[in-house]
Design a protein around this ligand. Structure first.
Ligand SMILES: Nc1nc2c(c(=O)[nH]1)N[C@H]1C(S)=C(S)[C@@H](COP(=O)(O)O)O[C@H]1N2
Ligand SMILES: [Mo]
Length: 218
């Protein structure tokens, strides 16, 4: 038996084909608009993931592991995480499948506070996010120092429902949505970059919507 979870394989195949078809085709258009190039505004909030979500019953026992090249590795309960003191943000969300949703309201821990808590070594220039569904996403540390990057635990003033990544998820508004790991179980500080779930399936390592970094070049 393979230990790969029962992913939604047709969804994965469709996105892989999309990436393969558009290799080398990333636009480099500049946009000063609120809507990044190639995106369409939606008033809904589509749900996109591999089809494996935690039940609400798991929320009370949730643990967030902070690991890797840090002075203070930790396993934080939700309560301990919330004690780092959350902030409210309003942010737009841009998915590489070309929908953008404006003005979502989240509350969560600014990533800078996670850094202050974990004390990563100077050589740890990458962060690998780990999720309940064994999804991973890699992000350069520098992106996580930008405004409104949070470990979110509330959406529209309620706990985040499982379909939108609860109990906790990353929100990294300035990158395409696949970098914002849902059902977050681990934050690993790393000296090496480790391409994540979509990054090894044809998607860009950088994922900046404003310069349409959608697909990988190699
Ligand atoms: N753990 C996990 N996180 C994930 C994904 C996933 O499949 N698993 N999908 C990503 C993608 S492709 C997008 S666009 C956003 C979607 O978030 P939403 O379902 O809340 O809209 O979550 C991202 N984070
Ligand atoms: Mo996505």
């Amino acid at each position: 038996m393979s230990d790969e979870p029962q992913y939604n394989q047709s969804y994965i195949r469709a996105k892989e084909q999309q990436a393969a078809a558009h290799r080398h085709a990333d636009g480099k258009a500049d946009s000063t608009d609120r809507l990044p190039p190639g995106q369409t505004k939606t008033s809904g909030f589509p749900i996109l993931d591999l089809g494996i979500r935690p039940s609400l019953a798991r929320y009370p026992q949730w643990i967030l592991e902070i690991s890797g090249s840090v002075r203070s590795p930790a396993q934080l309960t939700l309560l301990q995480l919330k004690q780092l003191e959350g902030e409210k943000i309003t942010a737009d969300f841009h998915c590489v499948t070309r929908w953008s949703r404006y003005d979502l309201h989240w509350k969560g821990i600014p990533f800078q506070k996670i850094i202050d808590y974990a004390e990563p070594s100077d050589s740890a220039q990458f962060v690998i996010f780990h999720s309940f569904d064994k999804y991973t996403a890699n992000v350069p540390l520098g992106e996580l120092l930008k405004p409104n990057v949070i470990v979110a635990y509330e959406l529209e003033a309620n706990q985040i429902p499982p379909e939108h990544g609860g109990p906790i998820r990353m929100i990294i508004p300035q990158l395409y949505g696949w970098k914002s790991a849902k059902f977050l179980t681990g934050i690993e500080f790393s000296e090496k970059d480790k391409p994540g779930f979509w990054e090894v399936r044809g998607y860009s390592n950088r994922a900046q919507p404003w310069i349409e970094e959608r697909y990988s070049d190699d």
